[in-house]
Design a protein around this ligand. Structure first.
Ligand code: ADP
Ligand code: MG
Length: 693
């Protein structure tokens, strides 16, 4: 594999643009991309024609505006380049079709803003993310908005949030005499996933319909030996990974690291970071390509956050930072962080943002799937906190205590702010337990779900940090001695928000108690996390940063809850169907066979009690009755949920329907361990997790 040769071969990237566009056009396009200048529409025709020519040379016959509606997935509608020319056809892409497209907006979710159902939507080219050719189609990354200007997708608010950071960060930099054209946020999203055999997958209705197993007794060997993490990669998986890398590289995605994860059949891919919107597009494409390449290898790639109970789920680590176009990373502490006022100010802004908007940040990663992870001792807890590490932690401690910072070692013990005495020492596994960790020159937000569109978390992060920057800039601008004023502000803000800093073990009940004492939120379910978004202060931050209108912010929250309700509804219905039509009858058949067995044996040898069979019959018959009853209850409770009242419905889903589902599963999983494998209707966890060689 000649990597440099295949890298980016399907992408209309900078070098292709340079080669194919007239130099004036290239310069104008570059200015749009680099400095966020508005696109000069007069160049669109020229770009479109070069793009089309290049795309055709790559075998394309169609083009599509590729966008990210509120389903969280990507959407595309293909148009061919074809245009009649007398009785012949020519291939054409006009400037106008490059810039705008008009999909029918009415079938995409738009949340509470019902008016948008009526409004027509259009897609508009995002020239900052490069176009590419895939499967004979030119993909044009786009935003999706209504004619009334409401955002209908995840990308337009993301771009707006990046603009907000750019604006406010430049004000901060200016205080220190640093001028630049642009401050962009950067993201490197690490992607976890499972690979299982396709034929086993096909036989599991739950996996096919919901992406996760709704039933399944624990496998006798899970992850307790801790031998899968970074373990040798199996040949079938290695072949998949090799193909995956080749595909990702051809689309210009810098896939860098691949390894086995903690759970059996679980793996990870980490790309090199890029500008946030490019990283988001890359991650959406990565997820799609993972599924596709898996299929080629007779595997299925599971991106659900919790495909298997009792086995670690999958997440995404969102490595996040901000850099100027001149290459200055705002989160780089440099050799002397204690004397780096800019760094300390930026750090204080992030700490303030996470504390003040902890509920919003938590909600940004809330989903039905992710609820299985957060707080389940495998992913960071649902409580938001900031981990700073030894060096920066000690620096912040010294600032808060008003002491001079001398050592790079973390100060031990409390510092007068409620720090729990229950924790004797730094936890060894601190790298995994903190939801938001400073890792050298970036923050790693670790609470994202594996199938999430990472836009949501980044829209939130960018917005709340922009807000903190704005507060700081408002206060500091015009001050005579910036260093002095900034350091006073830093100390004040770090003290004020010190409660959000937590450097120890985030798993387990001790932190929950401690966090409650500190007054931190602990919203464990989506039903409880999302309503925070309706609070005035939390709507206001989006409005103030120009990311959402009030109506848009409300609509987004509505969609999150609606989506949660729909997912739980589908899961519950699938469960009812599987239990009623497959599992209960199978167990009943097995019981019948046992009964016949006993009867025929007893006809021959009356003096033997046949306790093994009889006990099993009794136990299974009871469990099967209990399972049937639990299914009835689940179905009845589900019917009572009024899906039109989204907040109440979400509460019912989280606190009635899910416990009902738990009950059904409890009986069924126990029956699985008692029923002959010949009778069990589905592949077991063992089949699913261990059949790939
Ligand atoms: P590790 O955490 O394994 O030590 P790195 O720190 O190099 O590895 O990077 C982890 C992830 O963070 C990678 O995806 C990397 O591209 C990303 N990353 C590194 N620097 C930045 C940055 N400035 N902004 C955003 N992401 C970054
Ligand atoms: Mg990581």
């Amino acid at each position: 594999m000649n990597v440099p040769e295949i890298f980016g071969e399907n992408v209309f990237n900078d070098s292709v643009q340079k080669d194919t566009l007239p130099s004036e056009v290239y310069k104008a396009l570059r200015a749009t991309i680099d400095a966020g200048k508005t696109l000069d529409t007069s160049i669109a025709g020229s770009v479109a024609s070069a793009m089309k020519k290049w795309a055709i040379s790559k075998g394309a016959t169609h083009y599509t505006h590729w966008f990210q509606p509120l389903t969280g997935l990507t959407a595309e509608k293909h148009d061919s380049f074809i245009e009649p020319d007398g009785d012949k056809a020519i291939m054409r892409l006009t400037g106008k079709s490059l810039i705008v497209g008009e999909p029918d907006a009415s079938s995409f979710p738009s949340g509470g803003s019902r008016a948008t159902y009526m409004a027509r939507g259009y897609t508009a080219w995002d020239p900052t993310s490069p176009a590419f050719v895939k499967d004979g189609t030119l993909y044009i990354p786009s935003v999706f908005v209504s004619y009334t200007g409401e955002t209908l997708d995840k990308k337009s608010p993301l771009l707006r949030s990046m603009t907000a950071i750019d604006k406010q960060a430049k004000r901060i930099l200016k205080l220190f005499g640093i001028e630049c054209k642009k401050v962009a946020t950067t993201v490197g999203p690490e992607q976890e996933y499972f690979l299982i055999a396709e034929d086993e997958y096909e036989r599991r209705k739950d996996l096919r319909l919901t992406g996760r197993t709704l039933f399944g007794a624990p496998v006798t060997r899970g992850q307790e030996l801790e031998d899968h993490y970074f373990g040798a990669i199996k040949p079938a998986i290695a072949a998949f990974m090799r193909d995956l890398d080749a595909e990702l590289w051809s689309y210009g995605i810098y896939s860098k690291t691949k390894h086995n994860e903690v759970a059996p059949a679980q793996h990870e891919m980490a790309p090199i970071f890029s500008t946030t919107n490019v990283a988001v597009d890359g991650n959406m494409l990565t997820m799609e390509i993972m599924k596709r390449v898996a299929k080629k290898h007779n595997l299925v790639c599971l991106l659900h956050e919790k495909p298997f109970r009792g086995i670690n789920g999958s997440g995404k680590h969102n490595n996040w930072s901000m850099s100027t176009n001149t290459g200055l990373n705002l989160l780089d502490p440099g050799p002397e962080p204690e004397n780096n006022t800019l760094f300390k100010l930026v750090l204080a802004a992030v700490v303030k943002a996470v504390d003040e908007y902890q509920g919003v940040l938590r909600a940004s990663v809330a989903s039905a799937g992710n609820d299985h992870r957060l707080g389940a001792d495998e992913a960071p807890p649902a409580i938001m906190s900031v981990y700073l590490g030894d060096q920066i932690g000690a620096l912040v401690d010294s600032i808060v205590k008003g002491e001079s910072y001398t050592t790079a070692k973390a100060a031990e013990g409390g510092i007068g702010v409620p720090e729990s005495p229950i924790f004797p020492k730094d936890a060894t596994d601190r790298n995994r337990t903190s939801p938001f960790a400073f890792t050298g020159n970036k923050f790693e937000f670790r609470s994202l779900g594996s199938q999430a569109n990472v836009s949501d978390a980044n829209i939130c992060l960018n917005t709340i940090v922009a807000q903190a920057f704005q507060c700081f800039a408002d206060e500091l601008e015009g001050k005579k001695d910036i260093e002095k004023a900034a350091n006073a502000l830093i100390a004040r803000e770090l003290k004020k928000h010190y409660r959000i800093i937590f450097n120890l073990d985030g798993y387990g009940p001790e932190w929950e108690h401690e966090a409650a004492k500190r007054g931190l939120l602990n919203n464990k379910t989506t039903a409880d996390a999302v309503p925070v978004l309706y609070e005035e202060k939390n709507l206001e931050v989006y409005v103030q940063q120009g990311v959402f209108t009030r109506a848009e912010a409300i609509a987004r929250a509505d969609i999150r809850l609606e989506n949660y309700n729909k997912i739980i509804n589908i899961e519950a219905l699938t469960m009812v169907e599987m239990a009623r039509r497959d599992i209960i009858p199978a167990v009943s058949d097995f019981i019948a066979e046992l009964c016949q067995n006993v009867a025929s044996k007893q006809a021959v040898c009356q003096d033997i009690p046949y306790n093994t069979e009889k006990n099993l019959i009794k136990k299974l018959a009871e469990l099967n009755d209990n399972a049937s009853e639990a299914v009835e209850k689940l179905e009845a409770d589900l019917k009572k949920v009024d899906m039109s009242k989204i907040t109440e419905a979400a509460q019912a889903m989280a606190h009635v329907v899910i416990p009902d589902m738990e009950a059904v599963r409890g009986y069924v999983d126990e029956m699985e361990t008692l029923t002959s494998a010949d009778y069990w209707p589905y592949p077991t966890y063992f089949d699913l997790l261990y059949s790939v060689k």
